[in-house]
Design a protein around this ligand. Structure first.
Ligand code: DQA
Length: 166
C-alpha cells in the first residue's frame, strides 16, 4: 500500500452492468450504473474517502483494474457479473492484491439459474452480498469504510482475511 491508499475505495463493475436501468429491469431494477456510482461517491465523500470506479465488459481490463485498485485502495467492491461464475483470472487477481474485497450482486443469484449459484470469487473475498439491489453496494461500502477506519485506529483490528469472520 502506498501513502493515501487508506482513504480510497474502489468499485469494479463487470460485463453488462453498463446497461443497468434498461437491462432486464424486472431482475436488475431501473437504477443506472451512474446512479449507483453517484450514491456510493456521496457516501464515501461524506466519510472522507475517495471513490475510484471502473466498468468494463472485458475480462483482461477487469484483471488490470483489480491489480491497479488492489494496490491503490484499501478496499474494493466487485460485481463481476457473469465472470463471477467462471473467471479464475479474476479470482487469482483478487487473491493477489492486498485490498480487502467484497462481492456484490444486485439480484439474488441463489434464487436464479443453477449456473449462477457458484462463485469462483467468493472464497477470496471478505464476504458476499446478493439480492439487495443497489443497497448491497452501500452496505459493502459501509463495511469497507468501517474496516478501514478501525484499522486506522488500531493495528490489531484484524485483517479481514478469508476464513475468519468479518
Ligand atoms: C449479477 C448476477 C450475475 O449472475 C449476472 O451474470 C450479472 C449480474 C448481479 O448483479 O445480480 O451480470 O452479478
Amino acid at each position: 500500500m502506498t501513502a493515501g491508499n487508506e482513504r480510497r475505495i474502489g468499485v469494479i463493475h463487470g460485463p453488462n452492468l453498463n446497461l443497468l436501468g434498461r437491462r432486464e429491469p424486472a431482475i436488475y431494477g431501473r437504477t443506472t450504473l451512474a446512479q449507483i456510482d453517484e450514491m456510493l461517491r456521496s457516501i464515501a465523500s461524506a466519510e472522507g474517502y475517495e471513490l475510484l470506479t471502473v466498468q468494463s465488459n472485458h475480462e483482461g481490463v477487469l484483471v488490470d483494474a483489480v491489480q491497479e485498485l488492489g494496490y491503490e485502495t484499501c478496499g474494493i467492491i466487485v460485481n463481476l457479473g457473469a465472470l463471477t461464475h467462471y473467471s479464475i483470472a479474476l479470482r487469482d487477481a483478487l487473491a493477489a492484491v492486498p485490498a480487502l474485497a467484497v462481492e456484490v450482486h444486485l439480484s439474488n443469484v441463489y434464487s436464479r439459474e443453477p449456473f449462477r449459484h457458484h462463485s469462483v470469487i467468493a472464497p477470496v473475498v471478505a464476504g458476499q452480498i446478493t439480492g439487495l439491489g443497489p443497497a448491497g453496494y452501500a452496505f459493502a461500502l459501509r463495511f469497507l469504510i468501517d474496516r478501514a477506519n478501525s484499522k486506522g485506529e488500531s493495528t490489531d483490528a484484524g485483517t479481514g482475511s478469508t476464513g475468519s469472520p468479518a
